[in-house]
Design a protein around this ligand. Structure first.
Ligand SMILES: [Fe+2]
Length: 341
């Protein structure tokens, strides 16, 4: 591809010499006699210009004034200044202002050709580098978009699976219909009151839907028994947190819900099951689901008893505050009237 070089010099002899020397090297050369002519050319053809050779001393705009304007409006075009013999200071000033190099008059052919070649090669390298960078940025953007789509599809699938699980639990125990989704509503509301981050709210949401998944392993006649449970039957019911943990352990995506599944029947005073954890040994999200679970269980009808009125359930929460439930969570639950949800 032929490179286009534009020279600007008020001296017709120098314009001619530069033109001859550069054309001989195969470059396309346009010669301007002053700054106005150069600026007019750039306004319409800047994208076709590969290099500018600018004389410093000219009537009208000086070379440095033009350099300043070009640096702002056409930063992609490299500029080589042509200075008077021995004017090292001006040449250095031009470099500081953004010129890529300078040549001293009289300009010798070899010096001119090697300078032009070096500058054009460097500009080409930069252009290719920018093109590579743009390509890689576009590629990264495409990958990011694909990843977002995949994550969103995965999230949809996860939510659908969680809902399917919670419905499976509820189908086994007719009296718990809607229980998991109500526990989810209460837990997330309490999490919001506590200003918990979105990741923890998500754990509360999934953990609430899954907390009783282990009930799948308990015979339906025990779950739906309308009379008192025997000691053995109650012991069997108490195995559901660990059974749930075993089920979840096969599902890597759901492992973050494991603490809620295993520990939602623990109590602050250490009298819960399966591990007898106490106080702060119980993670906050587990304490939240545990409170929401117990409150919804009290206010819904069960096989063995009818629903408690909300006021009585609130009194129960207060009574067991600090022993079964975290006292601060009970206070917030009542203060923010979450029992109305
Ligand atoms: Fe449970």
């Amino acid at each position: 591809m032929t490179r286009h070089i534009v020279t600007t010099d008020d001296d017709p002899a120098i314009r001619k010499i530069l033109q001859i020397m550069l054309r001989k090297e195969g470059y396309l050369v346009t010669a301007c006699e002053d700054g106005n002519e150069l600026l007019a050319l750039l306004r319409t053809r800047a994208q076709d210009v590969d290099l500018l050779l600018l004389d410093i001393k000219m009537p009208g705009f000086t070379g440095l004034e033009l350099l300043d304007m070009i640096h702002v409006s056409y930063p992609q075009i490299p500029v080589v200044m042509i200075t008077a013999f021995n004017d090292l200071d001006t040449g250095m000033k031009a470099i500081r202002m953004g010129a890529v190099d300078y040549l001293a008059k009289p300009v010798h052919r070899e010096t001119l050709v090697s300078c032009v070649k070096r500058v054009l090669d460097h500009a080409e390298q930069e252009k290719q580098q920018h093109a590579e960078e743009d390509k890689s940025k576009a590629h990264m953007l495409k990958l990011e978009q694909e990843l977002q789509l995949a994550l969103s599809a995965l999230k949809d699938a996860t939510v659908a699976t969680l809902q399917a699980f919670s419905e499976t639990i509820e189908q086994k125990d007719a009296y718990t219909k809607g229980h998991c989704s109500r526990v989810r509503t209460l837990s997330v509301a309490l999490g919001r009151v506590l200003n918990l981050p979105p990741e923890t709210l998500e754990i509360l949401e999934g953990g609430s839907l899954l907390h009783d998944i282990g009930k799948i392993s308990i015979p339906e006649d025990i779950l739906n028994k309308t009379t008192s449970l025997t000691k053995e039957e109650y012991a069997q019911i108490k195995t559901h947190p660990e059974a749930g943990e075993r089920i979840i352990s096969h599902l890597p995506l759901f492992k973050r819900y494991m603490p809620i599944v295993r520990s939602h029947h623990e109590r602050i005073d250490g009298l819960g099951y399966p591990d007898g954890l106490k106080g702060d040994q119980i993670p906050l999200e587990v304490k939240i689901v545990s409170l929401a679970d117990a409150f919804d269980a009290m206010t819904s009808s069960r096989a063995y008893r009818s629903a408690l009125p909300t006021e009585i359930a609130i009194e129960e929460l207060k009574f067991f505050s600090g022993t079964q439930f975290d006292a601060e969570l009970v206070d917030l639950f009542i203060e923010h009237e979450l029992y109305l949800l």
